[in-house]
Write a protein that binds this ligand. Structure first.
Ligand SMILES: [Zn+2]
Length: 84
């Protein structure tokens, strides 16, 4: 199969038998599909390092993805009155 290139660091994927091996736990590459401006789907490969960074970026509220106050409101617990 063709070797894929990481979109983050341009590293080439290791030579494996199939993409299933590549995304498996031993190799740990990840695919993500994004839609380009043309409406075409683009496959992006990431090596484990770049995938980790990518995920952390996505999870970070500082990126301004419209997520604010990500903590759900916790209902106040009734204070235990100490038995009798
Ligand atoms: Zn990479």
């Amino acid at each position: 199969m063709d070797r894929n290139k990481c979109v983050g660091c341009a590293k080439l994927s290791p030579e494996v038998e199939s993409e299933f091996t590549l995304v498996g736990p031993q190799v740990g590459w990840r695919i993500s599909r994004t839609q380009s401006d043309d409406g075409l789907y683009v496959i992006e490969w990431r090596c484990p390092d770049c995938w980790k960074r990518f995920r952390e970026q996505k999870a970070s509220p500082s990126k301004g993805a419209g997520v604010f106050g990500s903590m759900p409101p916790t209902p106040p617990k009734p204070a235990p009155r100490g038995g009798r």
